[in-house]
Structures are given as C-alpha cells and as structure tokens.
Design a protein around this ligand. Structure first.
Ligand code: MV4
Length: 451
C-alpha cells in the first residue's frame, strides 16, 4: 500500500481524499495556491506545499510545480481528484515516468476515451450501443449533409475533442448544415486546438444516466449501479440521484452489462463512469466515458454503502476487486450548492461567508470545505458544498432533502439553495418526469419565493 499520497486538487474533494487516506493509515500532502492558504485541505493534510499564485495555470494545473512538490515530500502516489489534471494524459504519463503512481487509469486509456470518435469506434467493436452517425470524422460539409439525409434530421454535430457541450450544434435541415458546421469547427478549434467534427442522430429529450464502474489491474470490472444526472444547466449538473426514477430492473441489467463491456474493452483500471443517453422508449446509447472520480460519487456511496475513494486507492495499489456488481436498495440524492446568484442567471457570487451552518441528522451528508469566515475565491469552480440525502424511497429522500435544505444557513454570499428548494416542490421533478431539457422550461422565478 502507498505510504504517502499527494493530492493534486483543492476544495471538498481534497478533503474527501484526505479523510479516506487517514482511515487507511496513509500520509497526505496537500498542494495549494496563495488564494487557498486558509483552506481546510491545507490544515488537515500531514504536509502542505504552496505551489504558486491563484491562477490555476500557475498552481493546480502547473505540472512542473506539482512534480516538484511530489519530489520534495517524497510522495509515492498522486490523487488528481476531479477537474484540473484528472483527465490529463500527459500528467498521468509524467507521474508514471517519475515512478509515482497516478491514482487513475493509464495515459493511453485516458486518451482513448478523451477522443470521442476513438471512444465511439472502441464501443462499436465492443458491442456497446452507440447513436447512429458518421463512421469517424467528417471530411467536409458535403459528406455531412449526405449522412444527415441517410440517418434523418435532426442531427447533432460534435467535436471529437469535446465534452461539456463545446463545439456541439443541433441541425434540423440541409440549409442550416453549413453554418452549423463552420461554427462548430471554429469553436472546437478555439477550445481544444482540434477541429475534428463527427455527426450523429439527435436523440430528443434524452435522460442522462451514467453507470459507476471499477476495474482492477487484473481485468476484473464491476458496476456499482447508475446515477441519473438529467437535471443540468448549460452542461453543469445541479442534482444527481440513484437509482434513476426511470430505471427498471431489466434496463439496469442491460445497461450495467454494456457499461462493464465498455470498460473491459480498454482493460480499464480505476474508478470510472460510462455515460449513456436514454430515450423515452428506454433505448440507451453510449455517450462518453469519464476516466476519473466524479463530483457525484457520494450518491453511489450512499446507496451501496461503499467508499469509492478507498476502492480507487486499493485498485491503484494493485489489490483485486471482488468482481460482483451492486444494486441500490436505498435512494440517494445530491444537490450541488454553488456560490451563485440563482435570481441573476446563476452569476458567480464569491466572497466572505459570514455565517455557516450545515444540515445534519439521520440520512444527511454534507461534503464541503467551507466554514464561517471562509472567503470563496473568485478563481475556481463555484461549488462550495454537496448536500447528499438518503432514505428508503425517493419520496422520503425528497422530503429529507427539503428538511435539510431548510436547515442550511449560508450568509454573506448568494447560493443555489433557493433553487433546490423550488426544485424539490416541482411536480414534474417529484414525479420523476424529467429529461435533460428540464431546465429550459423551469420557472426560475419560483426561486424568489424561497429567499
Ligand atoms: C447528444 C444529445 C442528443 N443526441 N447526442 C451533451 C454534452 C455531450 N457530452 C453530449 N451531449 C448531448 N449529446 C445525441 N446524439 C444531447 C446532449 C445533451 C445533453 C446530454 C446529457 C446531459 C445534458 C445534455 C444537455 C444538452 C444536450
């Protein structure tokens, strides 16, 4: 087992990793930027190294500085968390070459899934369902229009280097195709320095359902059931839950099997997520694979009573998994609490938290790095806490979430708590009748009544 893990991250996930390391008897090293000197991840780690000024490019994204911290502290493994360098294959490779274990998959696995056309080809070979579309990258507009007519409009143009919605365009007819193509290409080039575009049938009003998987170094893969992440705004998830209200035992069986096939096809090592689009007829299609621990991992931890960070560290250390898959027997839901003003288009609201009280009680978990007196810096992600509730049924879980949201006191900044309070009252949400388009029609004025 590792003796000392350097955590190449900040915020709640850095704390989350430190906690598991402590329980496993592993020493921890935090790195931090000048903006994070007062952060709890700095206080709770055994050692902490300031690696640079506030901008991520000079701190949490700066590989040479992080490697210097690894060297001076003699850490034998690096945990990247999520975001920052978690899916950076260069970083994973530099760690490997330096003799430090990157807690996650190999650079090759990251690259295979990071390029969407390669990932899709890999899934087709593995027998995992994908959305019908072009066979690889599109050469030109003419070929694109031809394929669009074969599969039928509407279609969606996607950047092969994409993810998170950048370089994506929905096209309804031939005459829209060229301008969509030009702007998708331009956006992809600007965002990823890669303007490769492919096309597929546009799945209307899909649900986003993802499967948590774990693979070990011996080729064993299991799934830990699904999470429904359909409540999103501009590709930012707001609420996640497990099980999905749309799931059936038959569908879970089929999707779980496909998720395992997907991970096995690349000999996947580590924790990962297979994202699927699910249409209203319960057809499902591979969308992307995330080769990291995700923000919403606690939802799965709560429904199957599992420490996913511990599992991640164990497989990285070469310990085999049991290989059996898990099914949720409880219901869990996570609300992301962001420092954002929901009445002003979710505008970031950094600043000093003057008063802070987090909800407690049976079935309530809060993963956070903030406290009264903490200043939310304007440089990073605006998520300040995750409120996770679990109960025996979805209905009880929502009731508990409402109770917990009402207990939250956060003063000095605006947060997304009022949005979640309004959402929990929404009839469509409560009945499980939603898809990824939900936020397009949600009446944000309802949040005002919660202030
Ligand atoms: C799609 C789709 C419909 N049809 N692909 C969004 C981000 C990127 N990962 C892929 N995305 C989508 N791909 C086809 N063929 C709809 C989306 C999509 C979406 C997916 C999941 C969650 C939220 C979403 C919001 C808008 C669009």
């Amino acid at each position: 087992m590792f003796k000392k893990i350097l955590i190449a991250n900040r915020g709640e996930i850095a704390l989350r990793i430190i906690r598991t390391c402590k329980e496993m008897g592993i020493k921890t090293v935090s790195i931090y930027s000048k903006a994070d000197a007062d952060s709890l991840h700095v206080r709770f780690a055994d050692e902490a190294v300031c690696i640079g000024p506030a901008p991520s490019s000079e701190s949490y994204l700066n590989i040479p500085r992080i490697m210097a911290a690894v060297e001076i502290t003699n850490a034998d493994a690096v945990h990247p968390g999520y975001g920052f360098l978690a899916e950076n294959s260069k970083f994973a490779e530099i760690c490997r070459q330096s003799g430090v274990k990157f807690i996650g998959p190999t650079a090759e696995m990251i690259d295979k899934m990071g390029d969407k056309v390669t990932a899709k080809e890999t899934m087709i070979k593995a027998g995992v369902p994908v959305v019908p579309g072009s066979d690889g990258l599109l050469k030109d507009v003419k070929q694109g229009i031809k394929i669009a007519n074969q599969i039928g409009y509407p279609v969606i143009l996607k950047a092969t280097a994409g993810g998170g919605g950048k370089g994506m365009r929905i096209v309804h007819e031939d005459k829209e195709f060229e301008s969509a193509w030009e702007s998708a290409k331009k956006e992809a080039k600007a965002s990823f320095s890669n303007d490769g575009i492919y096309v597929e049938k546009y799945v209307e009003e899909p649900r986003h359902i993802e499967f948590q998987i774990v693979g070990d170094q011996f080729g064993n893969v299991c799934h830990l059931s699904e999470r429904d992440c359909s409540i999103q705004r501009r590709h930012q998830k707001l609420v996640e839950e497990s099980p999905s209200p749309f799931m059936t035992p038959e569908l879970r069986e089929k999707m779980g099997e496909a998720a395992i096939k997907a991970a096995k096809s690349i000999n996947y090592e580590g924790v990962g997520t297979i994202e699927f689009l699910v249409d209203k007829h319960r057809n499902f299609y591979f969308m992307e694979m995330n080769t990291r621990i995700q923000v919403e991992h606690p939802v799965t931890e709560e429904v199957i009573d599992f420490d996913l960070i511990k599992e991640q560290i164990k497989v990285a250390a070469g310990i085999p998994i049991s290989g059996k898959s898990y099914f949720p027997t409880l219901h869990a839901m996570e609300c992301r609490i962001n420092a954002e003003d929901v009445c002003n288009n979710f505008r970031p609201s950094p600043g000093k938290i003057t008063s802070f009280h987090s909800p407690k009680g049976p079935g309530v978990r809060v993963d956070t790095h903030v406290y009264a007196g903490y200043s939310v810096p304007p440089f990073y992600d605006s998520m300040i806490a995750k409120l996770i509730c679990k109960a025996r049924t979805r209905e009880e879980c929502i009731t508990k979430m409402q109770r917990a949201l009402d207990e939250f006191i956060i003063e000095g900044i605006q947060t997304t708590v009022p949005f979640h309070q309004a959402l929990m009252k929404d009839e469509h949400f409560r009945s499980g009748d939603f898809n990824t388009g939900f936020m397009n029609t949600f009446d944000m004025d309802k949040c005002k009544e919660e202030l």
